[in-house]
Design a protein. Structure first.
Length: 444
């Protein structure tokens, strides 16, 4: 597959089949904000539910929370985001476009006569780089004044830190333990792009693990390995996954060590999850700024300490993009081209397509009954339009792992054929066993 236009094809498929639409499209769209359609919302939900299950349900040392997007403005002073969550930006005084100072398209030196704007091409109109905060501001209450400024959270993590004692006390956990959360975050990204890869509104799935200082490095290694394995288990191609350790000059202001998990997109290797050793930076800062003691008292050893935090931070939208890109294949089947999304059945938006072979002889009625029975447990698509081959292709493109066909034999012996999306093998299954047959194959 030529890499140059694979992304274009995926973007077009995503729109045509209802995975992702541009936000406010009828008004010309809103820059780098996207909406999920009927298939996209299922894909993303399946990924989020799987993450939640692995973090919160399958472990007894992690609790879930759902904190508000709006937080006390002092949170962001303590966290370092008011002063440090900035990008150096350059403005063109001629065409009013804004660029990151490290944008490779900029020529010459911004602020000097040779600085050239990549959009209007004029020289000498670029300002010297200025720091620009990425947080979205809004106003709380009826008056728009400085005192009423609040921010849309740029990461979900802080909602966990400020609730750490509440969770500890209400859940009766002991260090080491973790808190997991899925929620929206907002960043006024200046060079967004690559479809849903970098957006201004996105969802994060973050887990903060609180440990005794000195045990942080061991837990960091443990979580690093566990997170990589999780992606492999979701069906992402292992050879397209790698770690990127942060060099000292890449580390965020809060981190002692960090590894990105990267995926090889058609536009190169890029991060979609970060594992960070945040030390006691965050709790230390919140303790200082709130004046409230955030130390942990070990009930056994009676030691008091501020826990260190190992964070795993995964973008739900970026993960959905990884899943979509990784599943996309152009193949030839019986001399005919097909586009197929080879999702792991557990994350596929629709699990089963149900088709009557022909629209007569009572086949649609039987097929509809089968579809209704399957729908009690899983998303199903009933389709009686067009040739059976075309109906299979439509479900291939949606990534549906199983196609069930009701044919003449069904009317005689109550069996159906089940077509496997990937192997194309057809298996005859008794209609009353169908739900169990599919259930075991989509469990992941
Ligand atoms: N709490 C740590 C934190 O937020 P980050 O590396 O800035 O760390 C973590 O972000 C993850 O959140 C990224 O790996 C990515 O998946 C997702 N993410 C961050 N900014 C994003 C954006 N503008 N659009 C989509 N996803 C984003």
């Amino acid at each position: 597959m030529a890499t140059a236009n694979v992304m274009d094809k995926i973007v077009s498929l995503a729109k045509r089949r209802g995975f992702v639409f541009q936000s406010s499209e009828i008004y010309g769209g809103l820059g780098s904000v996207w909406d999920y359609g009927p298939l996209g919302v299922e894909l993303k939900r399946n990924l989020k539910e799987r993450w939640w299950r692995s973090m919160v349900y399958e472990r007894d040392d992690i609790e879930g929370i759902d904190a508000a997007i709006l937080m006390h403005p002092k949170v962001w002073e303590a966290s370092g985001h008011v002063s440090g969550f900035t990008d150096p930006l350059v403005d063109c005084k001629q065409c009013k476009n804004r660029f990151r100072a490290d944008d490779p398209r900029l020529k010459g030196t911004p602020g000097e006569p040779d600085g050239q704007c990549p959009v209007c091409g004029t020289k000498g109109n670029l300002t010297a780089p200025r720091m620009f905060n990425l947080m979205f501001k809004t106003f709380m209450g009826p008056v728009e004044e400085v005192a009423a400024v609040v921010y849309l959270r740029p990461e979900t993590a802080q909602g966990i830190y400020v609730n750490y004692l509440n969770v500890l006390q209400s859940s009766r956990q002991r260090v080491p333990f973790g808190i997991a959360q899925i929620g929206k975050a907002f960043r006024n990204e200046i060079t967004p792009g690559n479809f849903t890869f970098r957006t201004r509104e996105f969802e994060q799935m973050e887990m903060q693990f609180f440990v005794k200082p000195g045990e942080d490095e061991r837990w960091f290694e443990e979580w690093r390995a566990a997170r990589m394995q999780w992606h492999v288990d979701v069906g992402i191609t292992p050879s397209k996954l790698r770690f990127h350790p942060h060099a000292p000059d890449e580390l965020a202001h809060y981190a002692k060590a960090a590894f990105d998990i990267e995926y090889e997109f058609p536009f190169g290797w890029h991060e979609f999850e970060g594992i960070h050793n945040r030390t006691d930076f965050d709790l230390g800062r919140h303790q200082e700024h709130s004046g409230k003691k955030l130390e942990y008292l070990d009930p056994v050893t009676k030691e008091r300490f501020l826990p260190y935090i190992v964070e795993t931070s995964l973008g739900a939208d970026r993960l959905a993009l990884v899943a979509l890109v990784d599943a996309y294949r152009e193949e030839e089947v019986e001399g005919e081209p097909r586009v197929v999304l080879r999702f792991h059945p557990a994350i596929a938006p629709i699990k089963v397509g149900v088709f009557p072979l022909v629209k007569k002889d009572g086949m649609p009625e039987v097929a509809m009954r089968i579809a209704a029975d399957l729908r009690r447990e899983m998303p199903v698509f009933y389709d009686d339009g067009g040739s059976i081959g075309r109906r299979y292709r439509r479900q291939d493109e949606a990534g549906t792992p199983f196609g069930v066909t009701v044919d003449g034999q069904t009317l005689e012996d109550q069996t159906v054929t089940v077509r496997d999306r990937d192997t194309l093998q057809q298996t005859r299954v008794a209609a009353d066993q169908l739900r169990a047959f599919v259930r075991t194959r989509i469990a992941g």
